[in-house]
Design a protein around this ligand. Sequence first.
Ligand code: URP
Ligand code: ZN
Ligand code: ZN
Length: 478
Amino acid sequence: MTTTLITGGTVVSATGRAAADVLIDGERIAAVLEPGSHLLGTDLAASVDTVIDAAGKYVIPGGIDAHTHMQLPFGGTSASDTFETGTRAAAWGGTTTIIDFAVQTYGQKVLDGLAKWHELAAGNCAIDYGFHQIIGGIDDDSLAVMPRLIDEGITSFKLFMAYPGVFYSDDAQILRAMQVSRDTGLLTMMHAENGPAIDVLAAQLVEQGKTDPFYHGVARAWQMEEEATHRAIMLANLTGAPLYIVHVSAKQAVEQLAWARDKGQNVFGETCPQYLYLSLEEQLGARSDEWGAFEGAKWVCSTPLRSREEGHQDHMWQALRTNDLQMVSTDHCPFCMKDQKELGLGDFRKIPNGIGSVEHRMDLMYQGVATGKITLERWVELTSTTPARMFGLYGRKGVIQPGADGDVVIYDPNGHTSIGVDKTHHMNMDHSAWEGYEIDGHVDTVLSRGKVIVDGGQYLGTKGDGRYVKRGLSQYLV
Ligand code: URP
Ligand code: ZN
Ligand code: ZN
């Protein structure tokens, strides 16, 4: 077993920061010590296998991205990152755990869908991974099998109020699933958009010749998100199910969450970097020689980008400060423009939905620290500690403390990161949704269960380093 001492850095947690050394023994953190400590009279730095100098840098728990879609089948194609490429890109960006969504679609058995996801991931991941379970259309079979997911280490499932004919569940199905959620403690995760109404609006736009990517966001109006969020909250209220709304982008949806939380309901929400930084106006203005107005397809995702004029982005940052939103995940679902997004040339409804960000979440959120939007501690809380608590990993992940996995990132606040396909880009995509973004910080070193997997601009890990992590119930259940 190797021993590693990280010296001279500032250890940051969700609740504070302190100068401290971190001792890792094998795969686990053994001690967090006063800087320069001796242990039983021994000079630690002289007795460990490796010393990492973190002077002037932050030492934080590895990022946990609780919403990714490696290889997700969507719109006649599949997300372009495999578990191998996507988790390696995540590691480059300081994320040491992902929770991906195993998929069950109509007509398929839940446990068969799960087995397929294990097959795709096993032996291929650079970092540790867990699963949520997508259930595409609740039926008697899925209801019966849901409690068994807990034994598999899957303690949350996602339903869709959107995508009729693909993943959609109607209110009756949702109600029945939420009753199981209440009885078992499985956390209900909801894609909250009114899919049937959106499909009517989208068809009408296409009939009017409005086929460019921008109209994706017009069809998926904020009213569609607010309404579905409210409906999900009320169904959860009725059943007593714990509820987590994924990829929140409309300020009105946040208001619904805040309203329910203020009444004491156990509901939570995540947003994603794209809803903090990017807007519908920029998507409308995007043009390139290669793609013309279809350039906007790079940012087609659901929920969609929202209007900056209407203030959604500012509201998301505010909600992260006030805890009306509790987490930031990426909803990483990358598609190349060539052969994938271009399936929607001439009809925005056929553009595969999704943006790739798994590599950039820690940096993009750190930029919120650099620009004074969130504190350093809140950065750690939003990107690591709360995801660990929310999804039953805390203690092992999401914190630097004795006994926790040695998932540690050394982040340089004086470093710099330029995002772009020709600069720092390890995701399997032919473009970056974040091209040209500049970050006032840099992921220097990444350790996954005690092993240095990124350091000095080099990837030092191996395919298969990452292990499947069984999760416990959410630590926010009441
Ligand atoms: O656009 C998105 N979000 N694609 C992935 C599927 C989903 O709804 O999360
Ligand atoms: Zn979704
Ligand atoms: Zn998603």
